[in-house]
Design a protein around this ligand. Structure first.
Ligand code: SAJ
Length: 445
């Protein structure tokens, strides 16, 4: 059995680590292993990324170029677009994207492509770990048969586990080393070896009894968020109908010191985790005849928030006897959450689509996002791309409505409230004092 051989290699820091996919998950992981003394090779299909790493340049905000350059200079980190060096890796970790198809079904083509490369180079003595978020069963139902087609056997020749990524880009408090790591193997030997590997770089490793448990735990983490955000969004629509201040209600409920965790309404949910991950769980559930209604309901509520935001704009203009058609509407922020430059699944795209469909003249200002295009599969329309406009006083004064879609920190909200006529604030970005002093009329979610 090879578990002890692999553990000995890890203990002596002789284990060579391979990371497939050098994105916001794989790159920090590769640097962490190299920093802790392991010779590490990153495998990338993107030539430019591999070149950047080998030249000591970072393209991920949480990883400094100096950290990469130091590891590359020490000969402990390199990147390759040729996957054959996988054969020399003792531990291989897959960190590739798991998007959704247009049908909202899992797309594991990136995982399969990585697994094919591993299969080609699989040899006795390797530990393979999948980190990409996926449905329970991917590791043991899909990857394990692929690897055993080589004739090599689990436990005798190779080990196989799943460990969910928990990278939170831009989080100053939690980085790779201090985020607890869940690990579940297809066998006990796999769990033990994978847990031992991560214990070299993470302070707390939590082992579970199978890869499926680890896969399901990750999906519960993010489904928990999607469902609770959906509850907050439904509460916002309910409070709007009742004429109650949603944010005041949530602030009051959050004074409860136990048994409550505040979530907040917003224009909808974006990002490449929360809108997508729950569908991996509900898809797998359906394969077993189980209809996960919470996930479907959360999706329905969250995906209808852009429509609700447009209704608030329309109601606000209507109060001024203005039509949405021909109105000049300025979005403040298009990124999916504050202080990031990521527009994947951002509700702003759907809001812009809807406003355009109603004849509004739409522009946006986002210091993090220079341009947005609308050929993305997940937005209704296919309108012309938009570039971020300068936030001038004239632009604010001449806008019939300004929508705060992303509450970036760097915006001068006092100036916004003093120059605008009508503001729809979907993020509670305008505190009480700003609202009291504002010359603009303010509508909040
Ligand atoms: N959102 C709300 N209301 C909330 C919280 C979030 O509308 O109360 C919206 C955000 O604006 C965003 C979307 O939901 O559009 C997702 O927000 P998020 O805070 O969950 O941020 P993400 O997508 O970056 O989620 C990641 C996840 N990390 C991993 O999967 C490793 C998630 O599990 C983390 O909890 C989250 O970061 C985090 O806490 O920052």
């Amino acid at each position: 059995m090879i578990k002890d051989e692999i553990i000995n290699l890890i203990r002596d820091k002789r284990a060579h680590i391979g990371i497939i996919g050098l994105g916001y998950v794989g790159l920090p992981l590769a640097v962490e292993f190299a920093h802790n003394g392991f010779s590490t090779t990153g495998f990338e299909v993107d030539e430019a990324k591999a070149k950047a790493i080998n030249e000591g340049r970072s393209y991920i905000g949480d990883v400094s170029s100096s950290a990469i350059a130091e590891m590359v200079g020490a000969g402990r980190l390199s990147a390759s677009t040729d996957f054959s060096p996988l054969a020399k890796c003792d531990a291989i970790i897959i960190c590739v994207p798991t998007p959704l198809r247009k049908t909202k079904e899992p797309d594991i083509t990136y995982i399969l492509a990585a697994a094919e490369e591993i299969k080609k180079n699989l040899r006795r003595g390797q530990l393979i770990i999948l980190e990409s978020t996926t449905y329970p069963g991917t590791t043991d139902e899909v990857l394990l048969p692929m690897f055993e087609e080589t004739g090599l056997k689990l436990d005798e020749d190779f080990l196989l586990a799943f460990s969910p990524e928990r990278v939170d880009p831009g989080n100053p408090q939690f980085q790779t080393h201090n985020i607890p790591k869940v690990v579940g193997g297809c066998t006990d030997d796999s769990t033990e070896a994978a847990a031992y590997l991560y214990s070299q770089i993470v302070s707390h490793v939590h082992s579970v009894t199978s890869a499926r448990v680890a896969e399901a735990a990750k999906l519960l983490e993010n489904t928990f968020r999607a469902v609770n955000i959906g509850m907050a969004n439904e509460m916002a629509r309910l409070c709007y109908a009742l004429g109650i201040d949603t944010w005041e209600v949530i602030r009051a409920a959050a004074t409860k010191p136990f048994g409550f965790m505040p979530f907040y309404p917003g224009p909808g949910i974006g990002g490449h985790c929360i809108p997508l991950d729950p569908h991996y769980l509900s898809w797998k559930a359906r394969q077993h005849g189980f209809d996960s209604r919470f996930i479907g309901l959360a999706e329905e509520v969250n995906s209808r928030m852009p429509e609700h935001v447009v209704t608030l704009v329309s109601d606000g203009l209507n109060d001024d006897r203005k039509a949405l058609n021909g109105a000049r509407v300025l979005l403040l922020g298009v990124a999916y959450k504050k202080d990031v430059n990521d527009v994947r699944e951002s509700p702003a795209l759907s809001i812009i689509d809807r406003l355009r469909a109603k004849g509004a003249e739409v522009s946006y200002h986002d210091p993090f996002v220079r341009e947005v295009s609308f050929d993305d599969a997940h937005t209704e329309g296919s309108g012309a791309p938009l570039q971020s406009v300068e936030l001038t006083d004239d632009r604010l004064k001449n806008s019939d409505c300004v929508i705060i879609v992303t509450d970036h920190s760097g915006i001068d909200y006092a100036r916004v409230t003093s120059q605008c006529k009508l503001i729809v604030d979907t993020r509670n970005a305008l505190n009480g004092e700003l609202r009291r002093k504002a010359s603009a009329r303010i509508i909040r979610l």
